[in-house]
Ligand binder design. Structure first.
Ligand code: URP
Ligand code: ZN
Ligand code: ZN
Length: 470
């Protein structure tokens, strides 16, 4: 395959910005500089007036996830294709075994499903139960399969959620391996108690989903996992462990002030805690649950969209560099035949929504264009930090010789309006319906090949590669 050169764009990295050409060949960036000389036959893309960004990395997706009696509506093909249309060129999805299922069996299932991806992918391994077998299998996937991050759900009690004994077991095992633990933080038992109390009072509509999972329930679990992470570091070196010896924790989809405060406290003591949030928690408030005709169900996700006030707290944390990654938790369910399972019982509405296609333009519009974050921060939280945290850097998340040729040409002159009518996500609602956006993803290049240009999607089923992390 002939090479490709992107001429005259403004290259933006997490630390820099300069006008340069980017020459790629064999799926890899070969040169970055002024007036780069290229062989005859090289494809030329004019990027003048555009930003050239490292391809977006979404470290939190759920493609074709079996969940709550159904399966999330985007498979690895449609979901990664929608990602490419939105400037995301790498995903990290979650292998989620059933309680008592072998981690290796679940790994095989997810690896097989992911073969249809159009973009590169890696995995986190969720640990949904614990015992000697799980411990051995955690070690196996860490050492042999390049799965270096584990996931625990402190919610979803009775399904994929872990109890405190299991949680401690996972933290200890990950600490011994040197792996990262990512955590969905909500007090599962408290949620079940609140859900049942509300339902028994005849409160069945989508809005009660949010009421059954208040922010303090998330704050408690965030604080708990952070504190228990310290126990995982204790008793290993013959001295009282310092907080920096605790098991590092990455909090997924953080939504609430209480949770951020728990993170600030731990960091002030020297503990390593990383934070991810998602555009919906920055841009929506809980009035979405008041929409009539069951439309609130489209926003049923966990944790829920928060009351006004939390959003600004998160934006402040993001601008101050206290949030490392903005992912999507992309997990779509159709309103017509999936969300409807909870028409008369909010507890049965499949939890999740789509977002992979809109992440970059939302963050650019409401972050960069409003002055809340810089262009460099934009690149950092949508790409570079995720690559660093999850051991994909500098193959991903960078524009430098040797990095994969995954690039986004972002045109700040474009405008758009988000809608389910025009998106590529395989779902009948868009939780950002009607949001105006500034700038647009003009071109997405994956492994040196243009896969999205000017509204034209040219993805290749199965072209994505598994990223074995080392
Ligand atoms: O509601 C959500 N977030 N669904 C996907 C599973 C999870 O908790 O991330
Ligand atoms: Zn979650
Ligand atoms: Zn998730």
């Amino acid at each position: 395959m002939a090479g490709i050169v992107i001429r005259g764009g403004t290259v933006v990295t997490s630390s820099d910005q300069f006008v340069a050409d980017v020459y790629c060949e064999g799926g890899v960036i070969r040169a970055v500089g002024k007036d780069v000389e290229v062989p005859a036959g090289t494809q030329v893309v004019d990027a003048s007036g555009q930003y050239v960004l490292p391809g977006g990395i979404d470290a939190h997706t759920h493609m074709e996830l079996p969940f709550m009696g159904t399966v999330s509506a985007d498979d690895f093909y449609t979901g990664t294709a929608a990602g490419v249309a939105g400037g995301t060129t790498t995903i990290i999805d979650f292998i989620i075994p059933n309680r008592n299922q072998s981690l290796l069996e679940a790994r095989d299932f997810w690896m097989n499903n992911a073969k249809k991806s159009v973009a590169d992918y890696a995995f986190h391994m969720a640990v949904t139960w614990f015992g000697d077998q799980v411990k051995r299998e955690m070690e196996h996937v860490y050492r042999h399969d390049g799965i270096q991050s584990f996931k625990i759900f402190m919610a979803y009690t009775g399904a994929i959620g872990v109890d405190d004994r299991e949680l401690v077991g996972v933290l200890d095992t990950a600490h011994a391996l040197g792996a990262l633990v990512t955590s969905h933080c909500e007090h599962g038992e408290a949620v079940v108690a609140l859900q049942n109390r509300l339902y028994e009072r005849g409160l069945t509509e989508p809005r009660w989903h949010a009421k059954s999972r208040p922010s303090y329930v998330e704050g408690e679990a965030t604080n708990r996992v952070i504190q228990l992470a310290r126990a995982a570091g204790e008793g290993r070196n013959g001295h009282d462990a310092h907080p920096h010896e605790a098991q590092p924790i990455y909090i997924v989809h953080l939504t609430a002030k209480e949770s951020m405060d728990a993170v600030y406290r731990a960091r002030a003591e020297g503990q390593r805690v990383l934070v991810e949030t998602c555009p919906q928690y920055l841009l929506l408030d809980d009035s979405v649950y008041d929409k009539p005709d069951f439309e609130g169900a489209a926003y049923v996700m966990s944790p829920p969209i928060r009351p006004k006030g939390h959003q600004d707290y998160l934006w402040n944390a993001l601008s101050a560099g206290q949030i490392q990654h903005v992912a999507t938790d992309h997990c779509p369910f159709r309103q017509a035949d999936q969300k409807v399972a909870g028409r008369h019982d909010f507890r049965k509405i499949p939890n999740g929504a789509a977002g992979i296609e809109d992440r970059l333009k939302l963050l650019y519009t409401y972050g960069v264009a409003t002055g809340r974050i810089t262009l460099q921060q934009f690149v950092d939280v949508t790409s570079t930090q995720a690559a660093k945290i999850f051991n994909l850097y500098p193959r991903k998340g960078a524009i430098q010789p040797g990095s994969d040729a995954d690039l986004v040409l972002y045109d700040p002159r474009g405008t758009g309006t988000i809608s389910a009518k025009t998106h590529h996500q395989n779902v009948d609602r868009n939780i950002f319906e009607g949001f105006e956006t500034k700038g647009k993803v003009a071109t997405t290049i994956v492994a040196g090949r243009v896969q999205w240009h000017d509204g034209d999607l040219r993805v290749e089923r199965g072209a994505g590669r598994y990223l074995k992390r080392t």
